[in-house]
Design a protein around this ligand. Structure first.
Ligand code: SAM
Length: 185
């Protein structure tokens, strides 16, 4: 990561409560995972001002990959575009504006190596149902806030934890990050 990008992340961390951003540790973890997996195609639900999109697209620069990120709050997505542009990461990112569930159902016709779920907590289960067929075998779903919003995400956690196609672990990062590996066999 170059110093300009690292500097903007540090700046954005000052307003993370306002924009509901993931923690620095979570961003660092996702970045390492993308590089380890050599992930090429990543989907994010919940762009906000682009803090996590910067972590993700910066890692994708190393794998020559691409991020598609969905947000229904246009003003926030405009900020994301500006922030990503500042870091020189615009070629790595496609923005979709709208309700995440509808966008995935109607506009997304490709398969992903990694899906990061970080939009409305009460919709995690229906997001998962829509994302599952679009995740490659051997791919990973990450979902933030499974400890901080445990009650709201409980139906999702219950379903994915008992799903025959997934191996699941909740990581004790700030807010709790669920990691689900889609079995290759
Ligand atoms: C927790 S914030 C995302 C933070 C971002 N991932 C980051 O760490 O920088 C959740 C975002 O999802 C958006 N959102 C919530 N529900 C949504 C939905 N159903 N469809 C699209 N966007 C949604 C909110 O407007 C908000 O900006």
């Amino acid at each position: 990561m170059d110093s300009k990008t690292a500097g903007l992340l540090t700046e954005l961390e000052k307003t993370s409560d306002e924009y509901w951003n993931i923690s620095h540790q979570t961003g660092n973890f996702i970045s390492m995972l993308i590089k380890l997996m050599k992930a090429k195609n990543v989907l994010e639900l919940g762009t906000s001002n682009g803090y996590s999109a910067i972590w993700i697209s910066d890692a994708l620069k190393e794998t020559n990959g691409h991020l598609t990120t969905i947000e229904f709050w246009e003003k926030r997505q405009c900020l994301a575009r500006e922030n990503v542009e500042y870091c020189g990461l615009t070629p790595q990112v496609t923005y979709k504006t709208g309700q995440a569930y509808d966008v995935i159902k109607d506009e997304i016709n490709e398969e992903f190596d990694l899906v990061f779920i970080d939009a409305n907590k009460e919709e995690y289960l229906r997001f998962f149902e829509e994302v599952h067929p679009k995740l490659k075998k051997g791919g990973v779903i990450l979902a933030d806030n499974v400890l901080s919003h445990a009650k709201k995400v409980a139906p999702f956690v219950e379903v994915i934890s008992n799903h025959k196609d997934y191996q699941v672990q909740i990581l004790d990062l700030p807010d709790g990050l669920l990691m689900a590996y889609k079995k290759a066999e």
